[in-house]
Design a protein around this ligand. Structure first.
Ligand SMILES: [Zn+2]
Length: 283
């Protein structure tokens, strides 16, 4: 048991998802493996026998037909552990593991010079904003029996990080929702690539806050979003490989300059995309 726990802890320290899964498969004798980062904004990728029943804190999780499952932790995940219970397909055995979930401290980011219509949207735009939120939620809610994310994750573009996940945002002096992605300050026209393999579920222009936006679904309700694009070079329904170009960096929507807002979402909640990739190696 001690060795198992140690293996789990070692595994949690590894950065890239694909690599984690290979390492995690070395668990001997255990009915499931977990890899990734158990922390606020983090993601665990699990693997067990196909057709098992998997629960996290009592909630049933979707299992891909290859036995892979995901446990996402939102920014405000308020428990210090997650209890994972896996029941074998023939119900002959149940294994329970409690994984510590580490809290994080989020900073406050004050941004000025934002056009006032993005801080207090005019009455006539509220209907449109609500409709765009619905379309985005729908594009993320696919719950496909796929685990394209096993290809791993890469940075969609490289450049200085100008905004991190989770920070409390203050626009023109007014508090707004926490930042739900990472901002990469690349120049306008820089190529944006898909962070992992998947299917394009949204390729829309001129959304109120997001401007031109692409969403790629990676399976099991895990998706990534690419916001404020200058140009979109994929279409809805298109399959993309990891590293395949999907658009260009721009300054559309609520921005103060060209950058890519990159977000990740699992089962309806935002997670920190920066935790899916290793450190950025700028060329
Ligand atoms: Zn952003």
């Amino acid at each position: 048991m001690k060795r198992l726990l140690l293996a789990a802890l070692l595994c949690l320290a590894l950065p890239a998802a694909a690599q984690d899964i290979r390492e995690a498969n070395e668990y001997g004798g255990s009915s499931f493996s977990l890899s990734g980062k158990a922390t606020q904004g983090g993601l665990l990728i699990g693997k067990t026998k196909p057709n098992s029943r998997v629960r996290a804190n009592g909630v049933d999780l979707q299992l891909a037909s290859n036995g892979v499952f995901l446990i996402g932790f939102g920014r405000d995940y308020d428990s210090s552990v997650v209890e994972v219970v896996v029941t074998a397909p023939d119900q002959s055995a149940t294994e329970t593991r409690s994984i510590p979930v580490l809290p994080r401290v989020f900073d406050v980011q004050s941004i000025t010079g934002v056009a006032q219509k993005y801080v207090e949207p005019p009455q006539e735009d509220l209907k449109r904003i609500a409709e765009e939120r619905r379309v985005i939620a729908e594009a993320r809610a696919r719950a496909a029996d796929a685990s394209d994310f096993e290809a791993g994750f890469i940075w969609p573009v490289e450049g200085p990080i100008s905004g991190v996940f989770g920070s409390q945002r203050i626009f023109n002096g007014q508090p707004r929702a926490p930042h739900n992605g990472v901002d990469i300050a690349a120049g306008r026209g820089s190529t944006v690539v898909a962070a992992s393999r998947g299917i394009v579920t949204l390729a829309e222009k001129n959304l109120f806050f997001n401007g031109n936006v692409v969403i790629v679904d990676h399976g099991l309700s895990l998706s990534t979003v690419y916001v404020h694009l200058d140009e979109i070079t994929v279409r809805k329904g298109q399959r993309v490989n990891i590293g395949e170009p999907i658009g260009k960096v721009g300054a559309t929507g609520r921005v103060t300059g060209p950058h890519l807002h990159w977000g990740a979402n699992v089962a309806g909640q935002a997670i920190d995309p920066q935790l899916l990739v290793g450190p950025m190696v700028q060329r």
